[in-house]
Design a protein. Structure first.
Length: 239
């Protein structure tokens, strides 16, 4: 909620603060919050945040791509869509077929029907494209008699992060564990009545939420300034 300049003026570089807000009806899915909140965050920070921690609802390729474009990454749990295990890719980014062979890119197209327009690629069986190799599928995949496997997937690095991010690594856990800050802020907002508003007008509820968020940030600012005063007093006593 507070602009970056406020924290710089006070010499504050730590603490848990709200930088963006959005109130929507309950029928809006979690991912609909991502772009508006990140736009606000960018304006207040003056840059893209490098790292993000979110729950499994945000396991989408464009979430990973956003933080990759910022020279960082997103700590989000993997969701096995359709029950499928994570896909594997070769070092150049080509998806591997079930036999473990890299599938060459056959064509690309723009998918404008998605929430985030993006480029998709069609990847073909490496034993049949760009020319038949004379070999047969080593695992006798059921798609082989029908022209071999074909995979359609976004071409960006974000889709590979979705599948290949090492979620058992210490660095992933360190970023993901910062989500506890969300829980502490949510707890404060609940205490202030955000969960069951007695208002019935959407705009009024949004205004009330804004006031709650401002109060949460003011409390955080007070705690930081109080701690700074204690540290200054201790330093003065030791000098």
């Amino acid at each position: 909620m507070f602009p970056k300049s406020l924290f710089e003026n006070y010499g504050i570089y730590g603490g848990e603060f709200l930088l963006a807000e959005l109130t929507q009806p309950f029928n809006c899915d979690d991912l609909s919050y991502f772009d508006p909140l990140m736009d606000q965050t960018e304006r207040r920070l003056g840059r893209k945040p490098r790292f993000g921690a979110a729950d499994a609802a945000f396991d989408a390729f464009y979430v990973y791509q956003y933080f990759r474009d910022a020279q960082g990454w997103a700590a989000v749990p993997y969701v096995a869509k359709g029950g499928h295990p994570p896909r594997q890719f070769d070092p150049s980014g080509l998806p591997l077929c079930h036999a473990g062979l890299p599938m060459p890119l056959k064509s690309t197209f723009s998918d404008d029907s998605h929430r985030v327009p993006h480029e998709k690629g069609r990847y073909a069986c490496p034993l049949l494209f760009p020319a038949p190799s004379g070999q047969v599928c080593p695992i006798a995949d059921p798609h082989w008699p029908k022209g071999g496997c074909v995979s359609t997937t976004p071409t960006c690095q974000g889709i590979r992060d979705h599948h290949q991010l090492d979620r058992s690594s210490d660095s992933f856990k360190a970023i993901y564990n910062q989500r506890t800050a969300d829980e502490r802020i949510n707890s404060q907002a609940l205490e202030l009545g955000i969960e069951r508003p007695k208002l019935r007008n959407g705009k009024a509820i949004a205004n009330m939420d804004t006031l709650i968020y401002v109060l949460v940030d003011l409390r955080g600012l007070h705690r930081v300034l109080e701690q700074q005063a204690k540290l200054a007093q201790q330093a003065q006593q030791m000098s």
